[in-house]
Design a protein around this ligand. Sequence first.
Ligand SMILES: Cc1cc2nc3c(=O)[nH]c(=O)nc-3n(C[C@H](O)[C@H](O)[C@H](O)COP(=O)(O)OP(=O)(O)OC[C@H]3O[C@@H](n4cnc5c(N)ncnc54)[C@H](O)[C@@H]3O)c2cc1C
Length: 307
Amino acid sequence: MGIATIPGLTNARVIRPGYAIEYDHVDPRELKPTLETRRVGGLFLAGQINGTTGYEEAAAQGLLAGLNAASRAGRGGDITFDRAEAYLAVMIDDLVTRGVTEPYRMFTSRAEYRLTLRADNADQRLTARGIAIGCVGAQRRARHEAKMTAMEAARDFARSVSLTPNEADRHGLALNKDGQRRSAFELLSHPNIAIADLAKIWPRFGDLPPKIAEQVEIDAKYDVYLSRQAADIAAYRRDESLELPEGLDYSQLRGLSNEVRQKLNSARPRTIGQAARMDGITSAALTLLVAHLKRNGRFAKVASTGR
Ligand SMILES: Cc1cc2nc3c(=O)[nH]c(=O)nc-3n(C[C@H](O)[C@H](O)[C@H](O)COP(=O)(O)OP(=O)(O)OC[C@H]3O[C@@H](n4cnc5c(N)ncnc54)[C@H](O)[C@@H]3O)c2cc1C
């Protein structure tokens, strides 16, 4: 059995089983977040050449590198996504910021904002970006916009109708008897209240297309957790908005250790946020960088970072 079943190998005999995959790769820290190489302008790399393994990993990078190559050819700007927007952004940020010590695989645990990065809301997160970039066809765009309009209307309706615990009781919904009026959207956040239960009270929910009803219910269930995560995302985006000048010579910055200087000079992080995610960059070093930006009047917003 086994190998002999393959045509042409009928008489083959395995003498010693073996398995090895070896390949060279580029240190992904040599890449910009657009996956363009720093050394050769206009050359974009994607896939295992960047030290990753996996079909989806390669495909996601191919998408971003391809978008950027096309944008460059059409004299457009850089196209990037952030860690709170897409798994591919988490992967690319990990690669270009931290490099790889072994073949990189995208695990969900690598993403800080997993509650936001869900498969069910991928279109809500990214299709509008695709439309803005120009890579979503007319048909899909129309379908997406119709879905978003229907979602919005359903969400607005769910927020506009409400009942008290006593009224809920009369409909067979057991709630805390705290006298507090709750909107249908808030009711949906309860684990044992489904949109079908609410359709008995407000028939309009029963008329929703099943996919819209399901999505509104999912969004409501996550809503309370997402508002907690929103503060973390805002802090992350604030640091990402603090851009470090491209030609900044870190060896001239007083107070940084030689090791940190070397790391910054070779990695050239684009933002304070990216610098913070590099190995070995201390909070003292970040404070110095922010102070430098402030001194040079580069960012009015710096004062509000809390660093
Ligand atoms: C045995 C095995 C099993 C695997 N199983 C899985 C799995 O189950 N799930 C999973 O997610 N991943 C799996 N992987 C990993 C996955 O296959 C790779 O990580 C992924 O295919 C890498 O994609 P890529 O586009 O970077 O490279 P590749 O898929 O290797 O594509 C590179 C292409 O470039 C071509 N090429 C090379 N040199 C030149 C040249 N000079 N001119 C023109 N073309 C050239 C090659 O022929 C090839 O078609 C497996 C890998 C192996 C080896």
